[in-house]
Design a protein around this ligand. Structure first.
Ligand code: C5P
Length: 232
């Protein structure tokens, strides 16, 4: 075990999937269960860190594992906008930020105050205008405090012959994060399950670790990589 090697560190973790309302009963969401981010928060607390967990929609059973943890303060949010505000409020006082939340890239331009009726155009197709949401991670990097370590996640499906690692390298550089945890996802992979596989890439594009196991084991490997990165 790593003991209490994170003692004294203030850690901010986001998890879960945001929901962007369409009308009072519908939203745009995603399949994130929040499990991996919760595992990252639990591992940090066990290793001595003071943790704030900002949870967008997270499986209730998973979230229950956090309640009663003295060293984890939980804040629940719903939309990308709420998540952004919660992260910005706490970022300056954090030594390490881990953005494990699955943030919606788009939100409906207009939120209807009443339940939308089923009327579609004559061709049976109906469209919804979407606006891009702010990239929270990039903004955190732009405002990075001295000595702060910022970690992103990237859920990727293999495509166009480009490897996951290559996609991860480009993303790590584009976002300016210290570490990027690349997670292969698919219809039957990466979501809800207890197991996960991550490739951890640093800012220069070097692969620090290729780890698979339970989400908790993967979380501990991520903290190991964060500790190494901070000591360099
Ligand atoms: O570009 P992509 O969505 O794959 O990047 C994933 C990373 O960026 C994750 O760490 C996610 O939490 C973060 N993100 C964000 N704001 C967005 C979209 C993604 O902070 N609007």
């Amino acid at each position: 075990g790593a003991g209490r090697d994170l003692a004294g560190l203030r850690v901010l973790v986001s998890t879960g999937g945001t929901r962007e309302p369409i009308d009072p009963v519908r939203f745009l969401g995603n399949r994130s269960s929040g499990r991996q981010g919760v595992a990252v928060a639990l591992a940090a607390a066990q290793r001595g860190a003071a943790v704030t967990l900002v949870a967008a929609h997270t499986d209730e059973g998973v979230l229950a594992t956090v309640s009663g943890q003295r060293h984890i303060a939980l804040e629940r949010v719903s939309t990308a906008r709420e998540l952004e505000e919660a992260m910005h409020t706490r970022a300056a006082l954090s030594d390490v930020i881990v953005m494990a939340a699955a943030v919606a890239d788009y939100r409906p331009v207009e939120v209807s105050s009443h339940k939308l009726s089923k009327e579609a155009a004559g061709d049976g197709v109906r469209s919804l205008d979407l606006a891009v949401t702010p990239d929270i991670l990039r903004a955190l990097v732009a405002d990075r405090a001295n000595g702060q370590t910022i970690v992103g996640f990237a859920a990727e499906t293999p495509q166009n012959g480009e490897t996951l690692v290559d996609r991860g390298r480009r993303k790590a550089a584009r976002k300016g994060v210290d570490l990027l945890a690349v997670n292969e996802v698919g219809w039957s992979q990466g979501f809800e399950s207890e197991a996960n596989a991550l490739t951890i890439i640093d800012r220069a594009g070097a692969v620090l670790n290729d780890v698979s196991g339970t989400k908790r084991q993967v979380a501990d490997a991520l903290w190991d990589a964060i500790v190494v990165t901070r000591s360099r």
